[in-house]
Design a protein. Structure first.
Lengths: 78, 525
């Protein structure tokens, strides 16, 4: 194994241990990660999926249709 | 029509709610990031364990706030796609480009180095760790930069061309968007105000600990950095506030007029230092705009133009399209009635362009596209039913502006005094009124948050009814949704964000209380 490959492996191993040991030794951080997890779950899997679809994508399939939809909204709809 | 107004109002309320909640977390991240980086720099220079302990204390508070606040801004992007879909399509890649840069460059920089900052104390060299701390703080500010560039474009759309074939604005100059005068002044004013908030937060927490007589040495060390960062922050916030006012006067004169409740402008225009607006005042009636006011002569002329004699147009002047040079000669700008007429002409041209798209007459299409873009700054006026519709909410803009300025002045005095006590601690230590100073420091923290939120209210309410200044009013930007749909998500967000705020305050208070009972002159972990 060349020196470059060895250094690369050592680098990634150090990166892994930075995170691994860091997460293991967390105190208040565990609560914070739990909050982050719950928050992201609520934001992306509940709020985004159920309540915040991409509005134009629900009305139109292609960019051309979106253009025409917005054109209608801006020219005639309001 | 009533349903449309309802949807617009609820969508605006929802955006305001989520943006204000998001902004509760951001400035503390920006301000404390710098403070922690300065503290660690002092530690590295002095090699003192006391400074290491102090750095780690504030780093924990920074971490809690960062973790709770992270991703709260993503909600705003959800809202763009669902509630403001016409707007999202219309802005095209102009909004997307700065947000993409934010995501790729700033966010990854921030999230990479924050891991080294928290996990790397014994894993990397002290110098590398310090670099990671600074890069986290700088990454947070860079992250803010791109968001503020996107916001500044909505206030002053530039560096783009409208394509009537796709109904989207297309970026013609990234530099013009990223370096617009609005973007520059907004970035510095906002980020420096966050330094102020960070400094005040440190003073407030130390005030509480000093009141409890816990870790006094640690408090004085913290105050030294907090007060300095706070003083530098507030002085530079004031200087950048001045340049922001000049930018607003030039590009959003209606906002400036609303900030001052100014209906009829004048040369040598005074500025209201304290005032109570007449609630029944309407544009073009003869009522006095103020029930009571104390004004500073020449103040507004100087603030807006750096010229004591300059004419500052009021709301009625702007609507009528009238202003004056310093010799008193009338200069006709374009009245709002004229802009509405031009906007309607643009719509006719757009309709003609659409018709020509099927005929394939590209020469005519190109000439129509050029004509549309030449006068595009009047496009949004076509949607106004009357010129007065372009007047923002004057009382809200006026009072929040004056609250922000008054509290800003108070913060300068407060932080200067805090800095004075840092170098003359005996005066505070021996004073019988010391506990009142500590209580004042605690009260100043929420006051600073209110001041910061007021700044955003001035910036955003003051530009109403525009989602994009002069190009797109809210009622056109909004999606074809029902008001009840938006109301449901408004209340969901109100509950989720309130829970997050309670968690943030709760965990921060718990950490401060717990750690303040340990010896913060030595490293405990």
């Amino acid at each position: 194994m060349s020196d470059i490959q060895e250094n690369k492996q050592r680098f990634w191993s150090r990166v892994f241990h930075l995170y691994y040991d860091g997460f293991r030794s967390m105190t208040v951080g565990k609560t914070l990660w739990l909050i982050i997890g719950i928050k992201l779950f609520i934001f992306f899997l509940i709020i985004k999926m159920i309540f915040f679809p991409d509005f134009l994508s629900t009305k139109c399939d292609t960019d051309q249709e979106k253009t025409e939809y917005v054109r209608h909204q801006l020219m005639d709809g309001r | 029509m009533e349903e449309l107004i309802n949807v617009v109002d609820w969508s605006r309320a929802q955006f305001a709610l989520t943006a204000i909640y998001h902004w509760l977390f951001v400035p503390l991240t920006l301000g404390l990031g710098i403070i922690v980086a300065v503290m660690e720099t002092i530690y590295l220079k002095t090699k003192s364990e006391k400074w290491l302990a102090t750095t780690k204390f504030w780093m924990t508070i920074f971490g809690v706030n960062f973790a709770i606040g992270v991703a709260t801004g993503i909600i705003l992007e959800f809202e763009f796609g669902t509630n403001w879909s016409n707007y999202s399509w219309f802005v095209g890649d102009i909004f997307g480009a700065p947000l993409a840069v934010e995501g790729i460059l700033a966010f990854f920089m921030e999230s990479t180095f924050i891991a080294v900052m928290f996990f790397g104390w014994k894993k990397v060299s002290p110098k590398f760790h310090l670099a990671a701390t600074w890069l986290t703080a700088i990454g947070a500010s860079l992250s803010a930069l791109w968001i503020l560039v996107a916001n500044a474009w909505m206030q002053y759309p530039t560096g783009c061309e409208f394509n009537p074939a796709t109904m989207r604005n297309e970026m013609t100059s990234f530099a013009a968007v990223a370096l617009s005068p609005m973007a520059i002044s907004k970035f510095f004013h906002t980020v420096l105000s966050a330094w102020t908030l960070g400094g005040v937060f440190v003073c407030g927490v130390c005030g509480w600990m000093m009141l409890k007589k816990r870790n006094l040495d640690h408090c004085w060390r913290s105050l030294k950095v907090g007060a300095w960062v706070g003083v530098i922050g507030i002085v530079l916030t004031m200087i950048t506030g001045d340049s922001s006012a000049v930018t607003v006067a030039k590009y959003q004169p209606m906002k400036l007029a609303a900030m001052e409740g100014l209906y009829k402008g004048n040369h040598e225009q005074s500025i209201v230092a304290f005032g109570i607006l007449n609630p029944s005042k309407q544009a073009f009636d003869d009522r006095d705009p103020y029930l009571f006011d104390i004004s500073i002569p020449y103040g507004l002329s100087f603030l807006a133009t750096h010229d004591f004699k300059a004419f500052v147009p009021g709301i009625e002047d702007i609507i009528n399209g009238v202003t004056y040079d310093n010799e008193g000669n009338e200069i006709n700008t374009v009245s709002y009635a004229e802009r509405m007429a031009r906007g309607k002409q643009l719509q006719e041209m757009m309709a003609q362009y659409s018709a020509e798209m099927t005929s394939g007459n590209t020469t005519l299409q190109d000439s129509l596209k050029s004509a549309i873009n030449a006068d595009f700054k009047n496009f949004g006026y076509a949607y106004l039913d009357k010129p007065e519709e372009a007047i923002p909410n004057v009382p809200l803009t006026f009072y929040t502006f004056h609250f922000m300025v008054t509290v800003g002045g108070y913060l300068l005095l407060f932080l200067l005094l805090a800095l004075f006590f840092v170098y003359k601690p005996d005066i505070l230590n021996k004073a019988k009124w010391a506990k009142w100073w500590h209580i004042l420091a605690i009260i100043t923290v929420p006051l600073t948050y209110l001041c910061s939120a007021s700044g955003w209210i001035v910036a955003e309410v003051g530009r109403q009814p525009w989602t994009i200044q002069d190009l797109m009013p809210n009622k056109v930007a909004i999606s074809d949704l029902s008001a009840s749909y938006v109301q449901i998500t408004f209340w969901i967000f109100a509950v989720v964000f309130t829970a997050l705020l309670i968690a943030d305050i709760g965990i921060i208070c718990k950490q401060i209380s717990k750690k303040s009972q340990t010896n913060l002159d030595t490293v405990n972990d």
